[in-house]
Design a protein around this ligand. Structure first.
Ligand code: DHB
Ligand code: FE
Length: 280
């Protein structure tokens, strides 16, 4: 059977991608941010996972308000990067893992999750930026296949944090019942604190961000019990994207090894954090 080797959590701020495109990663402003990802880059390089399940939200680039799936699973063979207004980024398309993706859809439905099934879609910075942070920028092809799980965190009603944690547990069931010897890693993306609009635009909460990086490893059951409103109050309207990390955490064992974590504030308007959790 397939196995899950670990989880990666990270912010997915679009300007990180722009910094990489412009070769700014070694500048004094950005270097401390990118240096924080090196241990995780090395772990990915050593472990060479076959498939990355990437939990993220589209930001109205591929899905607009005319159709807002609460959950959607990408079952495509390939995902082109979305052009978010600066022109197409010089990164290769992502190869999908449709066979596992269909098994995941089956497992979800059998466990009372009914996702939209997507066979053609572009992927925005929510997936592009985490992939490049952990795998670097390949010349021709990404060395890992991806299964995107899209979560609506923008248009209310968004799903409950507890539901996302449970989704992660069902994702684990799917991986562990998949007949293959492939090794899986799960990525939770978004956050940490930021609010891009409204009266609290510019809101940051570094203390809460640092606490979250501790608690996601050791007290995920408590984080899963928080209300959606508490996420918005604590992390900002867009910082509440953090609930997607609960899918990653739910997919892992209760006891995990924290191999690395890093926090840098601000990247653009966001408290930018990452964590690498390994199955014990
Ligand atoms: C920013 C952060 C995000 O997570 C996002 O999706 C868009 C913008 C920002 O800080 O600029
Ligand atoms: Fe976002």
């Amino acid at each position: 059977m397939a196995q899950i080797i670990g989880g990666l959590g990270t912010s997915h701020v679009p300007s990180i991608g722009v910094a990489l495109d412009k070769g700014l990663d070694a500048t004094p402003e950005w270097k401390p941010f990118f240096d924080g990802y090196q241990p995780a880059r090395q772990w990915v390089e050593e472990q060479k996972p076959d498939v990355a399940v990437v939990v993220f939200n589209d930001h109205y680039n591929a899905l607009f308000l005319d159709r807002v799936p609460t959950f959607a699973v990408g079952c495509a063979g390939e995902y082109q990067p979305a052009d978010e207004g600066w022109g197409p980024r010089p990164i290769p398309p992502f190869q999908g893992a449709p066979d596992f993706a269909w098994h995941l859809v089956d497992t979800l439905v059998e466990n009372w999750f009914d996702p939209e099934v997507i066979q053609e879609i572009k992927v925005d910075h929510g997936l592009q930026v985490p992939m490049e942070l952990f795998w670097g920028r390949p010349e021709d092809a990404w060395p890992v296949r991806v299964v995107p799980i899209f979560v609506n965190v923008l248009q209310y009603p968004v799903p409950l944090p507890s539901r996302l944690y449970h989704l992660g547990k069902t994702l684990r069931t799917a991986i562990e019942s998949y007949e293959s010897d492939e090794r899986f890693v799960v990525l939770g993306t978004g956050g940490l604190s930021h609010q891009l609009q409204g009266a609290r635009a510019g809101f940051l909460n570094p203390d809460a961000d640092r606490q979250f990086l501790e608690d996601i490893a050791t007290r995920p059951d408590e984080l899963a019990q928080w209300s959606r409103e508490k996420y918005v109050e604590t992390f900002g309207a867009e910082g509440a994207e953090l609930i997607m990390w609960l899918v990653m955490r739910g997919a892992l064992s209760p006891e995990v090894l924290v191999r690395h974590q890093h926090y840098f504030v601000p990247a653009s308007m966001t408290g930018a954090g990452m964590i690498l959790l390994e199955e014990a």
